[in-house]
Write a new protein. Structure first.
Length: 183
């Protein structure tokens, strides 16, 4: 059984402040393209932590892919209970939507937010319980994904763990392909 952890930027790290931003379909297409390749290779489970941005968009992509691939499942493994508690209503509704479609939902620490260590423990747990990482990340725009990449790299140095990155160049290529298709 193949499993992958998909994560990356939060929307504000990319300058995205609403669901109509033109960058979202490009990021979603990049995730979809990669997941399709992995599905043909035996991927069964995608793991996210339910964070806003790349992880939410990943869940939306999987919900669509489930119409085509009945073997794909996704789980949401949050760092702590009620992570969405302080989000605005629109973000909470989107989160409830992706939770309602998830095949498995749990929390690493089984208690509400206490401190940043819960995010690190969540990343460690998910990395140790997946076969690979799909990371939307660009070295030129570090942001929060650099911490996951560092943890995954340390883990990969000692274990058979694959790290797949989608960077700004990859997104640019997809944007150009999508533009050509629209013509």
């Amino acid at each position: 059984m193949q499993t992958i952890y998909v994560t990356g930027y939060r929307p504000h790290e990319l300058g995205i402040f609403n669901d109509r931003h033109p960058g979202i379909p490009i990021i979603k297409k990049a995730i979809e393209n990669e997941l399709r390749i992995l599905l043909e290779d035996g991927l069964e489970w995608v793991v996210i932590s339910g964070q806003q941005g790349v992880e939410t968009w990943t869940a939306e992509v999987i919900i669509e892919l489930k119409k085509e691939y009945d073997n794909i499942k996704y789980s949401i493994i949050t760092p702590f209970l009620e992570q969405e508690k302080n989000w605005n209503e629109q973000k909470q509704l989107k989160y409830q939507y992706i939770v309602s479609h998830a095949d498995f939902v749990t929390s690493v620490t089984k208690r509400p937010y206490e401190a940043p260590w819960q995010f690190i423990e969540k990343d460690k747990f998910i990395i140790q319980n997946t076969d690979s990482l799909l990371l939307i990340y660009d070295e030129e725009n570090e942001g929060s994904p650099k911490y996951v990449k560092n943890l995954a790299q340390k883990y990969a140095d000692l274990h058979n763990y694959n790290i797949i990155e989608i960077n700004a160049y990859d997104l640019q290529v997809i944007a150009e392909e999508m533009q050509r298709e629209d013509w």
